[in-house]
Ligand binder design. Structure first.
Ligand SMILES: Nc1nc2c(ncn2[C@@H]2O[C@H](COP(=O)(O)OP(=O)(O)OP(=O)(O)O)[C@@H](O)[C@H]2O)c(=O)[nH]1
Ligand SMILES: [Mg+2]
Length: 483
């Protein structure tokens, strides 16, 4: 038996960004060629893509770990590192993505719909990109950021217009097999169908899909039989069809009590996609009417079912009597439902919602340390991740960035004193303010090379003239790039 897997837990890890490169251009007779370290490449994303040719989540069951390529590091001579390739994972239409807490992250419907499950880390800037007028020869580069990692649950909720419900052996699979070209397993023992079957039905100009789910028995909501798990496959159905076995010899079963029992189980099911199953239009198929006793029973109960407002269809999947009438009636209800809903977009491109505003930060007292402070914010966190703490220049650059954002000022206002521990992005520093609080932050000449500025005995005007004369394309570039 082919295995059908409709719920898996996957672990996705996007690629990390490559580190930027710190390098100085070398050329004969040009000892100070300027910084030429390239940027690191961005890490690849892990992307889920809906593919109509994929029908189960089985692959993920065997390979639950998905890791995208990392970006390569930058090199000298302004060569940027290669970008890590995105990893595309194909999923069936109707895959619902949930986070580790069971909250729905996104519902993937429509061939080609894409969802970035984990975003690749950004590559670090090389020292060429970090150069500015005030910092002409940075002796450091930024680190690439780690890629996102997430645990996600994928659940398949089949996309079908109509769902067939009924007791085991009522003839649901038989019905789908005569309505469509689907060839499900049919047998006279209960729970023949263990996994939902989908079929495509053509009735006149109308084309719709129909899902046959495992048999439902009283107590399914408490886990009896196959339980209610598979009902997720009818959550999207706009019509629910009760398939009733009128030829059963089982004690205590008759069409009316069967309908009641099925309705009771449906009422106990809470669709994860929201809404309820109660408001879906219902139809009743009285099946196996080729059996004479079944026909008599059907005649008997038909008025009562109709009195409940349910349309009744008499059927025999063996002789195919009643088949055409039912398939056209079902088409009519489905078409009406489609007309009442906004036309679904064929392909929706779903992207992960990004943070609305990443510019802010907060300063709080450290709950674990009376004298300490914690700074939280998207940008400060990122800057810390990008910093190579073995490089004092890189640490100085971080301090400048934080000061410019106003972190120093905010710390001073919050009562931080020099030397107190400050935690940002999981790293704790001894706070050494580089500026007195409240004073506008000036750019520091970090990363400047003393030889570039050895101009002590030259006056300002001479210096300017000399500079214009010496102007190289490299410096022009820096001027444009100035922060
Ligand atoms: N006489 C008669 N037998 C039928 C008819 N439809 C189905 N059957 C028989 O009923 C039995 C069960 O049919 P299935 O289609 O497997 O029933 P099911 O509802 O899918 O059953 P589960 O998958 O176990 O829930 C089979 O032996 C079929 O041949 C019918 O119209 N007339
Ligand atoms: Mg079946």
């Amino acid at each position: 038996m082919s295995r059908f897997v409709d719920r898996v837990v996957i672990h996705v890890a996007a690629g990390s960004g490559g580190n930027g490169c710190a390098s100085v251009h070398r050329e004969k007779y040009k000892p100070l060629g300027g910084p030429d370290g390239g940027d690191g490449g961005n890490g690849g994303d892990v992307v889920l893509v809906v593919d109509n040719n994929v029908h189960t989540l089985l692959d993920f069951h065997f390979r639950p770990h998905a890791v995208a390529d990392s970006g390569k590091q930058g090199h000298g001579a302004n060569r940027d590192g290669a970008t890590g390739e995105d990893l595309e994972l194909t999923v069936p239409d109707g895959t619902v993505v949930l986070d580790a807490n069971g909250e729905i992250v996104v519902d993937l419907v429509g061939h080609g719909t894409r969802f970035i499950a984990a975003r690749g880390g950004r590559g670090g800037l090389g020292n060429a990109a970090l150069a500015s007028k005030a910092r002409r020869a940075p002796g450091f580069a930024l680190l690439g950021e780690p890629g996102e990692t997430r645990d996600l649950v994928l659940e398949l909720r089949s996309v079908a217009d109509a769902g067939l419900l009924g007791f085991p052996s009522a003839g649901k699979s038989s019905l789908i097999s005569v309505l469509s070209s689907a060839k499900p397993k049919i047998a006279d023992y209960p729970f023949t169908t263990l996994v939902p079957n989908l079929g495509v039905v053509t009735a006149g100009d109308s084309v719709y899909t129909i899902a046959d789910v495992p048999g439902l028995i009283p107590g399914a909501s408490q886990g009896k039989g196959l339980g209610l798990d598979f009902l997720r496959h009818i959550e999207r159905c706009s019509v629910l069809v009760h398939v009733i076995d009128c030829a059963t010899y089982e004690a205590g079963r008759d069409p009316l009590s069967d309908i009641d029992a099925l309705e009771q189980e449906l009422a106990r099911y809470t669709p994860a996609l929201g809404g309820t199953l109660a408001d879906r239009p219902r139809m009743v198929v009285l099946n196996k009417l080729d059996v004479p006793e079944a026909r008599e029973l059907a005649e008997l109960v038909r008025p009562e079912i109709e009195a409940r407002g349910l349309p009744v269809f008499e059927m025999s999947t063996v002789t195919r009597a009643g088949l055409r009438e039912f398939s056209f009636a079902l088409a009519k209800v489905i078409e009406e439902d489609r007309a009442s809903k906004p036309t679904p977009e064929a392909t929706r491109i779903v992207l992960r919602p990004t943070a609305v505003d990443d510019s802010g930060f907060t300063v709080e007292h450290d709950p674990h340390d009376d004298t300490g402070f914690v700074v939280r914010g998207e940008r400060p966190d990122r800057w810390v991740r990008q910093t190579d703490f073995n490089n004092t220049e890189a640490v100085g650059y971080l301090a400048d960035r934080l000061a410019r954002l106003g972190v120093e000022e905010a710390l001073a206002k919050a009562g931080a004193v020099p030397g107190c521990p400050v935690t940002i992005g999981g790293v704790t520093f001894d706070w050494e303010p580089s500026t007195p609080a409240g004073v506008a932050v000036m750019m520091h000449n970090r990363g400047s090379d003393p030889r570039l500025e050895n101009n002590a005995r030259i006056g300002a005007t001479e210096r300017k003239a000399a500079k214009v004369a010496r102007r190289t394309p490299f410096e022009e570039m820096l001027d444009e790039d100035d922060e």
